[in-house]
Design a protein around this ligand. Structure first.
Ligand SMILES: NC(=O)c1ccc[n+]([C@@H]2O[C@H](COP(=O)([O-])OP(=O)(O)OC[C@H]3O[C@@H](n4cnc5c(N)ncnc54)[C@H](OP(=O)(O)O)[C@@H]3O)[C@@H](O)[C@H]2O)c1
Length: 280
């Protein structure tokens, strides 16, 4: 099993990453009560080797980026690859709307650069394809931003294999971020395509937002490794394919440390298969 994933000759990351969404929370709006804790969780991740961090303009909105910016400024030598997203407006805590108008995508790239305090974005993911805007216009605008040096790699989120192939005709696609975890493996075909083409597959909700933690099979297997269910769920994803880059989210430094140690667990094939059967 590979511990790292190579995006290009300059960018190789540890596969176990971190996602910022839970810092502010899904269905939550505005800043968190304890911003110092949010920054500390990210610093804990960086201090223990996490160098792939997923975020989005819509988380907070913007507050997750601001906490990440602070942590990156506090760790100037950390060489973290930031993966952010554009392409969804958010009109309130639970109202997300795909918006792929090229001028909007461009504005959001600029706002990501500003809120993250970066001069370019290593990985810019189209959060959702907007069905009301031609794909060529959406990916075409990201390609233009890439040609201008503002984006290094382009990624997609929540797409089918056909959509991925269609986008690849317009620009090289370095990653795809779809929902995938032990209890939801609907996008095996997308993962298999990514695996065959060395495209990073970034599973969102890798812990099923924490709901996996109480699964009896997972708990029983975890006990045999003296590990937590979350650690085993992450170890399973890491074993499933070398292109998988899990980005578990947490607002707890203790959980973050636990998740990082999950990458050291070497699951037996029998336990891998038993866990796979949970959603077969
Ligand atoms: N592309 C997309 O459309 C999309 C959609 C959703 C999410 N995402 C990305 O995916 C990332 C991951 O998703 P997520 O954070 O929502 O869900 P997740 O990683 O599946 O689960 C996070 C939940 O699990 C809990 N948790 C984390 N580590 C734990 C541990 N060791 N023990 C017990 N509980 C633990 C957290 O609670 P505590 O805070 O209490 O630890 C949190 O409630 C997000 O941060 C975001 O970057 C992308």
């Amino acid at each position: 099993m590979e511990k790292t994933f190579k995006f290009d000759d300059e960018l190789t990351v540890n596969r176990l990453g971190y996602g910022t969404m839970q810092l502010t929370g899904d269905g939550v709006w505005g800043p968190v009560a304890d911003p110092d804790n949010a920054v500390k969780v990210i610093e804990t991740a960086i201090d223990h080797g996490v160098n792939f961090i997923d975020t989005a303009d819509a988380y907070g909105p913007f507050y997750a980026n601001l906490y990440l910016r602070q942590a990156l400024q506090n760790r100037p030598d950390s060489h973290v690859m930031v993966a952010t997203k554009v392409g969804q407006t958010r009109q309130g805590p639970n109202l997300w709307t795909p918006t792929g108008v090229p001028a909007y995508l461009r504005q959001q790239v600029e706002l990501n650069l500003f809120t993250l305090g970066l001069d370019h974005l290593d990985l810019l993911q189209l959060h959702r394809i907007d069905p009301n805007v031609p794909l060529a216009d959406q990916i075409g605008e990201l390609k233009a931003l890439q040609d201008e040096g503002k984006i290094k790699h382009i990624g997609l989120s929540q797409v089918s294999v056909d959509q991925l192939k269609a986008a690849e005709k317009i620009a090289p696609i370095a990653s795809v971020q779809n929902m995938y975890n032990l209890s939801n493996r609907q996008d095996e075909d997308v993962l298999n395509y990514a695996d065959a083409h060395h495209i990073a597959f970034i599973p969102w909700f890798p812990l099923a937002t924490g709901q996996l933690i109480d699964n009896p099979t997972l708990t029983t297997i975890a006990q045999t490794y003296d590990a937590s269910p979350a650690q085993i769920a992450l170890a399973w994803l890491l074993k499933r394919s070398d292109v998988i880059l899990p980005i578990p989210g947490t607002k707890s430094s203790e959980h973050e440390l636990q998740n990082i140690h999950g990458q050291d667990i070497d699951l037996s094939q029998a336990d891998f298969d038993a866990l796979k059967a949970l959603a077969d």
